[in-house]
Design a protein around this ligand. Structure first.
Ligand code: NAD
Length: 256
């Protein structure tokens, strides 16, 4: 059980981040939800989650594209035993047409934010004598596809940051690992479907089966519960000696 531990999950008002927050709360952890939106429903989501699982749950606004806000999120949380770096965005375009501001935003949100939160959280984990860092990379942190240059560069970077964090904490009761999901059906993936339909001139079902799940041999999307469950495993005693590595949850993608 994770009772008494506080988990901070970046980008957790939807999709995988929310799924991870739910599984950590189910395992007994207090949770801090985050996004940049600060809407009433974000706070209501945290309250409902806390009630459902009988844990303390809060929402803290912070824009993960800004380093000082990443660090302020951890400071405001007050405790951070489990840090899940999940916030991420995507943009699909060929390199020579890739908008520079999209490149900068993706590197900031998908990669640099994890550097800032990790830097802020490590002193707290050391003071507490225990810590778990789970970085949400991607199958695209281990392999590439065309038209996703910034995302793939950032997700490979996350794997490198994870390894370095693990080496710097290797002799301490702190671990750092990356989860590499294949396709998980979330708003982020949903938003790519129209672009992929246009790029490949296919209908929705065909593009999902032939293009999106073409590299996922199981031909099934992974679920947010499965990513959450993998996160809980990485926080369990069975995973105490698992550090500096990646766990793929990708239906066989990286076996191809
Ligand atoms: P999503 O769009 O449903 O969720 C993204 C989350 O990030 C949201 O909570 C959003 O509020 C938050 N976010 C975006 N910009 C932010 C910012 N500037 N500051 C703070 N929060 C911000 O997407 P998702 O599919 O749940 O993706 C979550 C993570 O999982 C991402 O890092 C993504 O790259 C990764 N991932 C997703 C898949 C997939 O198939 N869905 C596969 C591999 C990896």
């Amino acid at each position: 059980t994770l009772a008494g531990k506080t988990a901070v999950i970046t980008g957790s008002n939807s999709g995988i981040g929310l799924g991870i927050a739910r599984e950590l709360a189910r395992a007994g952890a207090d949770v801090v939800l985050n996004s940049f939106t600060d809407r009433e429903e974000d706070h209501a989501l945290a309250a409902a989650l806390g009630e459902e699982f009988g844990v303390a749950a809060r929402y803290i606004k912070a824009d993960m594209s800004k380093g000082d806000e990443c660090r302020a999120l951890i400071e405001q949380a007050g405790a951070c035993d489990i840090l899940v770096n999940n916030a991420g965005i995507q943009h699909v375009a060929p390199i020579d047409e890739f908008p520079v501001e999209k490149w900068d935003a993706i590197i900031a949100i998908n990669l640099s934010s994890a550097f800032h939160t990790t830097a802020a959280a490590l002193p707290m984990m050391r003071a507490a004598g225990w810590g778990r860092i789970v970085n949400i990379s991607s199958a695209h942190g281990l392999t590439a596809s065309p038209f996703k240059a910034a995302y793939i560069a950032a997700k490979h970077g996350v794997v490198g940051l994870t390894k370095t964090t693990a080496l710097e904490t290797a002799e301490e009761p702190i671990t750092a690992n990356a989860i590499c999901p294949g396709y998980v059906l979330t708003p982020l993936v949903e938003a790519q479907i129209p672009d992929q339909m246009k790029a490949h001139n296919m209908d929705r079902d065909t593009v999902v089966r032939e293009v999106m799940l073409e590299r996922q041999p199981s031909r099934q999307f992974a679920t947010v519960e499965q990513i959450g469950g993998t996160t809980v495993f990485l926080c369990s005693p069975a995973a105490d000696q698992i550090t500096g590595t990646t766990i793929s949850v990708d239906g066989g993608w990286t076996a191809l």
